[in-house]
Design a protein around this ligand. Structure first.
Ligand SMILES: Nc1ncnc2c1ncn2[C@@H]1O[C@H](COP(=O)(O)OP(=O)(O)O)[C@@H](O)[C@H]1O
Ligand SMILES: [Mg+2]
Length: 489
């Protein structure tokens, strides 16, 4: 049953911009298809999506008499009372999507319910119905959206390149595939099938089809008020790549982001989190596109996520990520170590990797001073002298501002005089980084296989193996699946 919402509820629903770009149309139409109980959903896009978007489903359809109502503002079959608004189980509930889409494009809808012999075709321009007729068609609903934003140059100007707009659509449909593994999705762009899922209700299979990765680790935990499921995909990055679903809705949450940062500290695998929670415990109404979620118990969620992710010890993650099973193939340009792993080729920057190793070893084990054969005399301020002392230099007062240098940290390879002069003119707070840099193998230095293997072993003993102390990456991975795609396999 479709009804016009009473004013009271309508006013409770925050008005906002629903249709921002082509992917917003796809999102709203697919959500409607899911809410209609579809088992098969086909999305077709032409160009960047402004030309044509078609979404076809085999859901419950809309009765002839109610089709116009679907395009009226605040008309929905999904909520009836204010209480329902507190307890949303459908993806849609505002009754805003179809009218919003129809007001910025040309829409036609073909639909038939199970009980009807003939379906309905309706056509709208500028939000007004310009034709409606009976016709034979499959059960379910097909919506075609043409010339999106054609009369809205300001909106068109806001759109990005075709590639970017399509990437939003691909990401969106990928996430529907992950969140609704029981539904078969097909995405066709310019006549080419880009995504397809069978809809066999196998979550891991759905995730691996999207990420091209079969090694997926699942962690889960039930709490009193919610349940968390995490899927860890072995692709580490310095930027968070979290895909969060709350009650199967793809959303963002600052609190969940915080918990993930705390759990992984600077190096993140790709991560999918599913949180199932009583709908009355969340607010999704805060964002016009329902993309942001607030939990009633934000800190409870924070602790839950942290605990679920905390159950993977770091070593296990690194081992799992394939870091420990690298085999050295050779050295490239006297700069990079080439390795093979189970699922890709890795390039390790020998200097950056060694810097990381030395930096953590210096801070962990200390600086191991090494006596100088010929002591050197320096002018230093007392503060500079004490900083050098803290970093393994042995300096003694020699009258006035003069100090005598008797020993330097073992790691120091550069001539101590130029190192000290360089440090005095630079940032003294970074002495341990400078020492690690000075001691690390340089670009151009040829390494034996044994030396390379040893370096990699020590790298993976580090707490932060994936960046050098300056924050640059120590290694880069070329995914086997990506390589194969590039070769058209
Ligand atoms: N694909 C579809 N299949 C069946 N019914 C649909 C479909 N799309 C829309 N509807 C009907 O039209 C109504 C209005 O849709 P919409 O404007 O997206 O609002 P909402 O999804 O918030 O209810 C829905 O409540 C639903 O009854
Ligand atoms: Mg909707």
């Amino acid at each position: 049953m479709i009804r016009v919402l009473p004013e009271e509820i309508a006013s409770k629903i925050a008005a906002g911009e629903v249709i921002e770009r082509p992917s917003s149309v796809v999102k709203e139409l697919v959500e409607n298809s899911i809410d209609a109980g579809a088992k098969n959903i086909i999305v077709e896009v032409v160009g960047d999506g402004t030309k044509l978007i078609r979404v076809k489903d085999d859901g419950e359809g809309i009765k002839y008499d109610e089709v116009e109502l679907a395009f009226q503002r605040f008309s929905t079959s999904k909520i009836k009372t204010t209480q329902d608004l507190e307890n949303i189980t459908s993806l849609g509930f505002r009754g805003e999507a179809l009218p919003s889409i129809a007001s910025v494009s040309e829409v036609s809808m073909t639909t038939r319910t199970e009980d009807e012999k003939l379906g309905t075709l309706i056509h709208l321009k500028k939000g007004k119905v310009i034709g409606k007729t009976r016709l034979p068609c499959d059960k379910g609903t097909t919506v075609v959206v043409r010339n999106l934003f054609k009369d809205f140059p300001a909106r068109l100007k806001f759109l990005k390149s075709k590639r970017t707009e399509l990437s939003h659509i691909i990401e969106l449909v990928s996430n529907f595939i992950i969140s609704f593994p029981e539904i078969s999705f097909t995405l066709i762009i310019d006549g080419r099938r880009v995504l397809y899922s069978e809809g066999t209700n196998d979550k891991i299979k759905a995730i691996s089809s999207i990420y091209g990765e079969t090694r997926i680790k699942k962690l889960e935990k039930k709490y009193e008020n919610f349940e968390i499921e995490a899927f860890i995909i072995p692709r580490w990055k310095t930027k968070k790549e979290i895909t969060l679903f709350v009650n199967r809705r793809w959303v963002r949450s600052d609190m969940v982001n915080k918990a993930v940062s705390q759990a992984f500290k600077g190096k993140y695998p790709a991560l999918i989190l599913n949180i199932s929670i009583n709908p009355s415990e969340i607010d999704i109404n805060i964002h016009p596109q329902k993309r942001e979620v607030k939990f009633r118990d934000e800190w409870g969620i924070f602790e839950g996520v942290l605990e679920v992710l905390g159950n993977i010890s770091r070593a296990e993650v690194i081992g799992f990520l394939g870091g420990l099973s690298l085999r050295v193939i050779g050295q490239f340009q006297g700069k990079y170590i080439i390795c093979e792993g189970e699922d890709g080729v890795y390039l390790i920057d020998q200097h950056a990797a060694h810097e990381r190793v030395l930096y953590e070893e210096l801070r962990g084990r200390g600086y191991s001073p090494q006596g100088l054969l010929e002591p050197v005399i320096f002018e230093l301020s007392p503060r500079e002298a004490s900083l050098f002392r803290e970093h393994g230099f042995e300096v003694e007062e020699f009258g006035g501002n003069s100090f005598i240098l008797r020993a330097v940290p073992l790691v120091l390879k550069d001539d101590p005089v130029s190192f000290i002069k360089g440090s005095l003119s630079g940032d003294m707070g970074e002495l341990s980084i400078s020492l690690a840099c000075s001691g690390a193998v340089k670009a151009g230095q040829v390494l034996s296989s044994m030396e390379m293997e040893e370096l990699i072993r020590r790298l993976f003993e580090c707490e932060e193996p994936f960046t050098c102390p300056h924050g640059r990456p120590t290694l880069i991975k070329f995914e086997l699946s990506e390589l194969e795609r590039s070769f058209g396999r």
